[in-house]
Design a protein around this ligand. Structure first.
Ligand SMILES: NC(=O)c1ccc[n+]([C@@H]2O[C@H](COP(=O)([O-])OP(=O)(O)OC[C@H]3O[C@@H](n4cnc5c(N)ncnc54)[C@H](OP(=O)(O)O)[C@@H]3O)[C@@H](O)[C@H]2O)c1
Length: 280
């Protein structure tokens, strides 16, 4: 067992690997190949979504990899256009069909889309899907403190995960504290910073040289030491392995502070503020 594959406990008593594999933007054969390679390279948490259009490909990759189903945690997400209660139930049944699964391990609300005022209905549907055994663990994505309070007040059920944008230019100190206070795991999307990855930043390069690792490994180790669950995407099998190889070094308190210090006032990649940005 490595640091990246070791189990992380969720607030419903289930577990999930400490690092996952992102699939946004992977389509068709590329998706099947990348996810199959990721499973062969040791990833056991795969992050997909209805809106990624690759649930069928994820299913095919799981089949091809030969990895036993029970070893894999599959995460998917309900899109904004399916937020009404009945639509959320139907959406999840369709995801199950495409994924070829009897149960989705972790199912999330992709974006709160506050102007629709339906995310709390979607949450009630997710809790029902859990009670009916079609979803193991319900969670959310891109939720603020107010969105979390609304769904918890409504149902008494806390999401297991809040998947939010989180990378060195946008370390989300406030939301990490909010999630931690509710025992919700903060899962980092675009954990490298995607096209704005800070690999050339002197503090990241210096830490990489000091520990004999790559800048990518430094950023992922920073994520783990903050208590986050990163879901990096790589199409490249070598970098897939590198992103799981996070043992054998530890960032110092100064290195951690220096990387967090890269934060920018609005370090978001594309202005994805959940109070205003909506996705259907
Ligand atoms: N919930 C949401 O709203 C939301 C939004 C965005 C993303 N997500 C999820 O988060 C996942 C990850 O985010 P992301 O794909 O946007 O960005 P990311 O994981 O931060 O970055 C991916 C990019 O970094 C490169 N890369 C990966 N490992 C590397 C390494 N060790 N060294 C150098 N470059 C490396 C990859 O290139 P190569 O392929 O060439 O290695 C790829 O171009 C998504 O795939 C998706 O599952 C969720």
């Amino acid at each position: 067992m490595t640091l990246a594959t070791s189990p992380r406990e969720l607030n419903d008593g289930t577990t999930i690997p400490a690092v996952g594999f992102g699939t946004a933007g992977l389509r068709g054969d590329d998706a099947v190949e990348a996810v199959t390679a990721a499973l062969e390279n040791g990833y056991r948490l795969i992050d997909t979504a209805v809106n990624y259009g690759n649930e069928t490909e994820v299913s095919e990759a799981i089949r091809r990899s030969g990895v036993p189903r029970e070893e894999i945690v599959v995460t998917s997400k309900i899109p904004g256009r399916h937020h009404a209660y009945d639509d959320a139930i139907a959406s999840t049944r369709e995801s199950l069909e495409r994924l070829g699964l009897e149960r989705i391990d972790v199912h999330l609300i992709h974006w709160p889309n506050p102007s629709q005022q339906k995310f709390h209905e979607t949450w009630r549907a997710l809790v029902q899907l859990r009670d009916d055994g079609l979803v193991r663990s319900p969670g959310v994505s891109n939720f603020t403190q107010a969105h979390l309070a609304r769904v918890i007040d409504d149902t008494g059920v806390r999401p297991v995960i809040n998947q939010i944008e989180l990378h060195p230019y946008f370390p989300q100190e406030e939301m990490r504290r909010v999630d931690a206070d509710l025992a919700i795991v903060t899962e980092s999307w675009s954990p490298m910073g995607k096209r704005q990855a800070p690999f050339a930043e002197p503090v990241v390069k210096a830490a990489a040289e000091a520990h004999g690792v790559t800048p990518g490994q430094v950023v992922l180790r920073w994520q783990l030491q903050l208590g986050n669950l990163p879901i990096p995407l790589s199409r490249n099998p070598e970098r897939q392995r590198e992103n799981l190889d996070l043992d054998g070094f530890e960032l110092t308190a100064d290195e951690m502070a220096a990387i967090t210090g890269l934060a920018r006032p609005d370090g978001r990649l594309f202005g994805g503020n959940p109070d205003t940005h909506e996705e259907m």
